[in-house]
Design a protein around this ligand. Structure first.
Ligand SMILES: [Fe+2]
Ligand SMILES: [Fe+2]
Length: 178
């Protein structure tokens, strides 16, 4: 990979990889926080454990690509470690439905984020694009799973999801830059 400069027509794949790895890492931390709080026999725990396993797979793949391409991770990794876990634990403490609303909100933003990246990448980086496209399908499935399981029944759903979505957008912008 040659260095990308602002104004280059080619997509900045290194920056994309950095933010995507940060996002998948954050996702594993959110689910870890939720699973730490939820009763293990709650139906939501089963759903969340399955989604968490998929996030682990996404993260592992981006870790591999970063190592191959010598892309540094975001310096904010320690923050996402704590903030992700805290968000997961806090939503699970509110209720099972709030935990699902968190997934609903996050995956809504990640679907949009991955969609934008695929447009930007175009035909520039088929290897990265195919991973993003595959993971995006998983994230859409997570969002739909959360909705079907009653995410919208969470107390204060509109405000809760709007707040989490805004936070997610901030995290994306910070991870691109730092
Ligand atoms: Fe993921
Ligand atoms: Fe996901």
């Amino acid at each position: 990979m040659t260095g990308w400069r602002p104004g280059d027509r080619r997509a900045d794949a290194a920056s994309m990889l950095r933010v995507d790895q940060a996002g998948e890492y954050g996702a594993t931390r959110i689910y870890a926080g939720q699973l730490a709080v939820l009763r293990s026999n709650a139906p939501e725990s089963k759903l969340i454990a399955r989604m968490a396993a998929q996030e682990e797979r996404h993260l592992k793949r981006f870790n591999e690509l970063m190592a191959e391409r010598r892309v540094r991770p975001t310096a904010l990794q320690p923050l996402w470690n704590v903030a992700g876990f805290a968000l997961g634990a806090a939503t699970a403490l509110m209720s099972e439905k709030a935990a699902l609303a968190c997934t609903d909100a996050i995956e809504t933003e990640i679907d949009k984020h991955y969609g934008k990246q695929l447009v930007e990448l175009g035909a520039d980086d088929p290897e990265l694009a195919s991973d993003i496209a595959e993971f995006r399908d998983d994230e859409i499935e997570h969002r739909d799973t959360a909705r079907e399981a009653g995410a919208a029944d969470a107390f204060g759903y509109p405000l809760l999801t709007a707040t989490i979505r805004a936070g997610c957008r901030v995290a994306i912008e910070l991870s691109k830059r730092i």
